[in-house]
Design a protein. Structure first.
Length: 136
């Protein structure tokens, strides 16, 4: 069973994840937009999180067998939500790659999110999830 060791921190940022984008730069943009995009924050807090929390927790639970029991998994996952709510362009920080984090990244591509606000629909709505999880 997997238990969250800390609350997930969700960050948003504008712009699509292009092949040349640096992972750390994506996280930096996320922090900037989280603090300055009321539309994005409202979508995250009032639509995205309430409608997807259970599915994200299920993805963690489904992948717990991929982690080593008694260990703590810490990783950062970046993805985009397209105009129809599909989760795409999923990436895990290279230094935090593990069987568990790769399983989680693959599982979340099956989650359907609510469509993002129109102002984000064309380029996509990128999200960063940073979490620490104890594998039991």
């Amino acid at each position: 069973m997997i238990k969250p060791a800390c609350m997930l921190t969700l960050l948003l940022f504008t712009g699509m994840a292009y092949a040349g984008d640096d992972f750390d730069a994506r996280v930096a943009r996320a922090t900037k937009v989280e603090r300055s995009s009321p539309v994005g924050r409202e979508y995250l807090m009032q639509e995205f999180m309430p409608e997807t929390d259970e599915a994200f927790e299920k993805a963690h639970g489904d992948c717990s067998s991929q982690g080593q029991k008694g260990t703590t998994e810490k990783f950062t996952t970046v993805f985009d939500i397209d105009a129809t709510g599909n989760i795409i362009n999923v990436a895990v920080a290279e230094k935090e790659q593990s069987n568990y984090s790769r399983c989680y990244a693959e599982r979340i591509t099956k989650i359907k999110a609510p469509p993002p606000p129109e102002s984000f629909a064309k380029k996509g709505f990128p999200v960063v999830i940073q979490g620490t999880y104890q594998i039991r």
